[in-house]
Design a protein around this ligand. Structure first.
Ligand code: UDP
Length: 498
């Protein structure tokens, strides 16, 4: 079943079918990708589900207004059939860890209705770009006889680390979760523990699914990466060499549209009036505000939320702090009220309770530092804004991204988190989770991040220079711009050859 949407006016253009994972950190970059491909001469169909389509309505409306040949197709998501709660169409809505496999199986069930849809549209697909969490996309591409590129939202460095760790079966030799080991064969010395590795290559759950995913990745015709060559040149080349695949860096894809309107409503509706947010930032000195946010999935325990608040207050720094809806537990609300936290810090703090217009905030000149969970989108948004980061990884490949930012690029400082925390409740564990980072450590990290002299000055300068390179990569003639042209040309030529 599909929702009726305007038909693609894209005859004579290669037709890309994009299949993101239903999670903000995977869908947002794929919508950007759709806009970029359309801007480079392709027609695009982006597959999602009704509730996810509703979340990105503002973006979909502006795409529609622009007249770009992009079709957003919402397929009914079979949540109940797979034992998921009603309305559970996004990874952030999966209530417990044991239901994650059900979510991926429900995603795989989209294949059949998608085939029906693609057989009905006037332009058949020329190329599929699917998230690696959709290994079933391999059979889909075979069925339509078209090439398939893989995308999973990682940077080249983390993709390479994950590839090496998985294929060399390193985790099988590591006994203790916390034991640090060196990832072999990298240009830099990078140490990590099993606990800090992406669960998609470690752990004992979903082993079959993981192997299926890696096998589908091995069969992909190429890899599309939301990064740019100048950021991690050795790792782009090394990942291509290790896998033998065509690797195309086409980012930062967030630069697909530079208008303020396009910077809001990304991934969801903002919980704050954007004008209010901008005018608050307008009243601050350039580079003086620290922005604190942990992406779309991470759930911070109440005690940790309070420690962050108190650490921010003690840092004496102006801040914008995002508390997600899931964290607005009664304890947190009660604490905010009891402590009169907002009132106490109102001279220099802005609290956003819910979805923040992150791109808009990070792009504002008042923002001078970003405390981030190191999700790759957020990291790249920080890089593009040219601001230094304080890294606080939680899960997935975020600890690897931290190593890239702090140890290799040297554009950030580490908060010092050692242990991974999952984004979804482990139903087998009870009790309140303690705060992993105390208020004094939060304060220290923020002060280090925002310091204008010494080490801080160098980190800031490197971050600024990298931001400039990011923009250059996406401009006409830039490395990512050229790769986008290559990608569209590849699809066109493959189509002609058939
Ligand atoms: N995001 C946002 N507002 C929020 C939270 C997240 O706009 O309040 C966006 C953020 O800018 C990024 C994406 O959601 O583009 C999150 O992706 P990321 O890879 O950083 O982390 P994840 O959510 O996958 O952990």
């Amino acid at each position: 079943m599909t929702i009726e949407l305007p038909a693609i006016n894209g005859f004579n253009r290669p037709h890309f079918v994009l299949i993101p994972l239903m999670a903000a950190g995977h869908t947002i970059p794929m919508i950007d990708m759709a806009c970029l491909l359309a801007g480079h001469g392709a027609a695009v169909t982006l597959i999602t589900t009704p509730l996810n389509a509703a979340r990105v309505k503002a973006t979909a409306d502006s795409i529609h207004m622009s007249g770009d040949p992009i079709n957003i197709v919402a397929l009914t998501f079979p949540a109940a059939e797979f034992g998921l709660p009603e309305g559970c169409e996004n990874l952030d809505a999966v209530p417990t860890l044991d239901l994650i496999p059900n979510f991926f199986h429900a995603c795989a069930a989209l294949r059949e209705p998608l085939v029906v849809h693609l057989r009905q549209v006037p332009t058949s697909p020329s190329c599929i770009i699917a998230d690696s969490f959709h290994p079933w996309a391999h059979d889909l591409a075979v069925e339509f006889g078209v090439p398939r590129f893989m995308f999973n939202g990682f940077c080249s460095f983390s993709l390479l680390c994950r590839y090496v760790i998985y294929h060399e079966k390193i985790l099988e030799r590591i006994k203790e979760d916390e034991e640090q080991f060196i990832i072999p064969g990298l240009l830099h010395r990078v140490e990590i523990s099993k606990d800090q590795c992406p669960k998609s290559i470690g752990g004992t759950v979903m082993v079959d699914f993981r192997d299926k995913m890696m096998a589908a990745e091995a069969l992909a015709d190429g890899v599309v990466i939301n990064s740019f060559d100048e950021l991690e040149p050795e790792y782009v080349a090394a990942f291509g060499k290790a896998t033998g695949k065509t690797v195309m860096t086409i980012g930062p894809m967030l630069l697909c549209n530079e208008e303020d309107a396009a910077k809001t409503g990304r991934g969801n509706q903002s919980a704050i009036d954007e004008e209010r947010c901008l005018s608050w930032l307008d009243g601050r000195r350039p580079g003086s505000v620290v922005y604190v946010s942990f992406g779309s999935l991470a759930k911070t325990p109440p005690e940790q939320v309070m420690e962050i608040g108190l650490g921010l207050e003690a840092s004496n720094q102006a801040f914008v702090w995002v508390i997600k809806a899931g964290e607005r537990s009664p304890e947190v609300e009660e604490w905010i009220e009891r402590e009169r936290f907002e009132e106490r810090t109102k001279e220099r703090g802005l609290l956003i309770r819910g979805w923040a217009p992150q791109r808009l905030i990070l792009g504002h000149p008042a923002v001078g530092g970003f405390v981030t969970h190191c999700g790759w989108n957020s990291t790249l948004e920080g890089v593009t804004a040219g601001v230094p980061m304080a890294t606080w990884p939680h899960f997935a490949e975020q600890f690897l991204n931290e190593r890239l930012v702090v140890e290799i690029l040297k554009i950030g400082v580490s908060v010092g988190v050692k242990k991974a925390t999952m984004f979804v409740k482990d139903g087998r564990k009870d009790g309140a989770e303690p705060a992993a980072v105390r208020r004094e450590e939060v304060e220290r990290a923020v002060r280090r991040l925002m310091e204008e002299d010494g080490e801080g000055k160098e980190v800031r300068e490197r971050a600024r220079v990298m931001g400039e390179k990011a923009r250059k990569a996406m401009k006409e003639g830039g490395s990512s711009h050229l790769n986008l042209n290559r990608l569209v040309r590849f699809a066109r030529e493959r189509e002609r050859a058939q």
